[in-house]
Design a protein around this ligand. Structure first.
Ligand code: 0X9
Ligand code: ZN
Length: 696
């Protein structure tokens, strides 16, 4: 039997179009008539195995989060990207053959929708995507119209291209002192091209403000929290993507004549920030010019969702500047991530949502798979301490928006993502939403549907999912509460300094948050637990050395042939391990199938390593029944091999953890009067009397 065509050659999808010179924002793109111009395209790459996904990750391509068990969608920006897939032997199908043409179509659809719409059903009534100026104007207007409920703020670090990064804070008496209410944080547009992620963040802010005082549920939630929204984290990238992706369709100007669609290399599909040279500020305004040297503005910049400190420098992030997932020169090297770090370190953010597009997913930490082993101590990452609670909320939110709730690592590994840091450093719950089914910034009506819900989810959507997240943020069972007496007007401070793990080492983090005691001399402070999840007791599953059952076969397989062996699992075990070994440096592959009752086969695992590497397939909790183990030979010689199937039981052991304390201080007139270490667990309410702080 012939082996499956795993190594099929990718077809080069180079389209022929003519790029004509044009002027955009004062910069002329040289005419390249007669040349073949590659149009960026969205393709579906076949990745039936985890190894294929890992291989795909090494190619430096622009992977989307849209992936399934046997595919990943990828943006191809250049012919070199196509060649990289071909060289790796990964096949693909083209889904959107010309993203520039699609961009022009989206622009037309958006203009038509806006022209036909007086007010959309969104809370703001908006009928098209905001620009950066629109965001800032909308936030300013919200604060101006509701001065007791909304205030704007500017984050401490301006962007590399010199722009301020702004947000809003919403809460009852928001301009008054912080009385220790829990904070819900909502973020959008870490990635420049993911416009709906900012729209949904902003619409949620408008929604809360608009319904405050009339809708009981929203009024109650706003009264019990502070909601912070930073709709556009990556202001430079967004501004470029939003304004420099504009295309001129010559078919419209020459009456449908000979001209094809005219696209600038543009920035519509830019992902990263505006870092041009590591360690050097980008001269203001240079980002747009810099993007002309890299197709689609794609190569330059740091991937902000790989630049956070949590496991920074590990798998699923690149150390090459030109790569789409470039992690930056150091953890938190970028002003945009520094902003969010300082925001989260300075408040008690009990729940956070960071919005992205696309793939209809609710992702929970960690970004990297639990069996990966960071650092040198040999302890696998494991699941987060709060996995059960994180999953429960993730599933509940997904039931509102119809998305799939899963571990972030399930599609591919990432490190240095927002909640990889925020959850592990603060214990506050954090999720990534991947909004929308199939595009980075689809026609605007889709943004409306995703927010308000459509079809089976009409009336739910992300709006309801966000409200659940906000309910979680205020629910004392999911965080910790300190209460007690303290002098009216005193400043209470919680502080903690610790080492946050990066992949190979650590960085120092300091959380430093304050509240002001109210006039009645009592305080209630909603805070995150004192011990970080990342240092708590951890259950680690280890497989015992001796198999409970083992069977081996040996054989030979001729080139381009395969050999099947059957193996039956007749008991409940934790692990089935199949290994394939051979003496010569040849290339054999291993595929594992479940044999169904009708005799048909369902593939349940495969291993296709590089030449000379031995093959291994692991199946957790294998179902009882018959399995077919298939050895395929891709080489030109006929080697002999040994195939072994072994069943194991796992043992659960506990890696003992630490207990961490907050340092609680009570300050009057800027002087620390009382200092107490506080250990408080998730779900716990702890009374800490600070009456001594009132004495002289
Ligand atoms: O890769 C990312 O940063 C996110 N996807 S996106 O397409 N919006 O760029 C996903 C991050 C979530 N984490 C993991 N998938 N591990
Ligand atoms: Zn993203």
């Amino acid at each position: 039997m012939l082996p499956a065509l795993r190594r099929r050659t990718a077809l080069a999808g180079i389209s022929t179009a003519v790029l004509v010179g044009l002027t955009t924002a004062g910069l002329t793109v040289p005419a390249a008539a007669e040349d073949e111009v590659f149009r960026p395209q969205l393709v579906t790459v076949d990745t039936p195995t985890r190894e294929d996904k890992q291989l795909l990750q090494t190619l430096g391509l622009d992977l989307t989060e849209h992936a399934g068990h046997d595919y990943v969608e990828v943006v191809l920006h250049t012919p070199a990207d196509v060649a990289a897939l071909a060289a790796a032997g990964l096949g693909f199908d083209v889904r959107i053959p010309d993203l520039l043409a699609r961009e022009a179509e989206i622009n037309r659809l958006n203009a038509a929708y806006a022209a036909a719409t007086v007010s959309s059903p969104l809370p703001s009534g908006r009928d098209t995507y905001r620009t950066l100026d629109d965001y800032n104007a909308d936030m300013a207007a919200l604060a101006q119209d509701h001065p007791d409920l909304v205030k704007t703020f500017t984050l401490p670090h301006p962007s590399l291209d010199g722009r301020p990064i702004q947000g809003v804070e919403i809460g009852k008496d928001v301009t008054g002192p912080d009385r220790g209410l829990p904070v819900f944080l909502m973020l959008g547009v870490h990635h420049a091209r993911e416009w709906p992620s900012g729209e949904h963040a902003m619409e949620f802010a408008v929604d809360l403000v608009k319904n405050y005082g009339t809708d009981r549920r929203i009024t109650d939630l706003v009264d019990r929290s502070r909601v912070i929204v930073v709709p556009v984290v990556n202001v430079d990238g967004f501004e470029l993507s939003r304004t420099d992706g504009a295309l001129i369709d010559l078919r419209e100007t020459d009456g449908g004549g000979t001209a094809t669609i005219l696209g600038t290399p543009g920035n519509a599909y830019k992902r990263k920030n505006c870092r041009l040279v590591d360690g050097q500020d980008t001269p203001d305004g240079a980002c747009r010019a810099g993007s002309l040297t890299s197709p689609g503005g794609f190569g330059t910049g740091v991937d902000l969702n790989r630049n956070y400190g949590g496991y920074w420098g590990g798998p699923g992030a690149s150390d090459l500047f030109a790569d789409p997932t470039y992690r930056g020169a150091a953890a938190f090297s970028e002003p945009e991530t520094q902003n969010i770090r300082e925001l989260v370190s300075g408040r008690q953010v009990t729940t956070l949502i960071t919005n992205h597009t696309f793939s209809n997913l609710v992702l929970r930490p960690n970004g990297a798979a639990p069996d990966l082993v960071p650092g040198s101590e040999g302890i696998p990452l494991g699941d987060p301490f709060d996995e059960a609670a994180l999953k429960e909320l993730g599933d509940a939110m997904a039931a509102q928006n119809g998305y799939t709730s899963q571990h972030a690592w399930e599609l591919y590994d990432t490190t240095g993502s927002t909640e990889d840091w925020s959850y592990n450093a603060t214990g506050g719950f954090g999720y990534t939403f991947e909004i929308g089914p199939d595009e980075f910034h689809p026609p605007f009506p889709e943004v409306i549907d995703e927010y308000l819900g459509a079809g089976a989810y009409a009336g739910k959507g992300n709006r309801e999912a966000y409200l659940l997240a906000l309910e979680n943020a205020v629910n004392p069972e999911t965080h910790s509460v300190l209460t007690g007496k303290a002098p009216a007007g005193a400043t209470l401070r919680l502080r903690k300094t610790f080492a946050s793990p990066t992949w190979e080492g650590s960085i120092q983090d300091t959380l430093d948050t304050t509240m002001t005691v109210g006039p009645n001399g009592r305080y209630t402070w909603h805070v995150n637990p004192s011990t970080r999840p990342v240092v708590m007791d951890r259950q680690v599953e280890t497989v015992s050395g001796e198999p409970v059952q083992e069977q081996s076969w040996s054989g030979t397989t001729a080139p381009l042939q395969s050999t099947d062996q059957e193996f039956a699992v007749t008991q409940d075990v934790d692990l089935l391990e199949i290994t394939l070994d051979w003496p010569t440096p040849d290339d054999l592959d291993l595929e594992v199938y479940r044999k169904n009752t009708d005799g048909s086969l369902t593939q349940v695992g495969s291993s296709g390593n590089a030449v000379a590497e031995k093959e291994r397939v692991l199946l957790q909790d294998p179902a009882r029944g018959a399995y077919v183990l298939r050895v395929s030979n891709f080489a030109s010689v006929t080697p002999s091999w040994t195939l072994t199937a072994a069943l194991f039981q796992a043992e659960t052991s506990t890696v003992p953890g630490l207990v961490e304390a907050w340092t609680l201080t009570c300050e009057r007139d800027g002087r620390v009067v009382q200092r107490v270490p506080v250990v408080v667990d998730r779900g716990q309410q702890l009374r800490v009397d600070l009456t001594a702080c009132g004495r002289r």
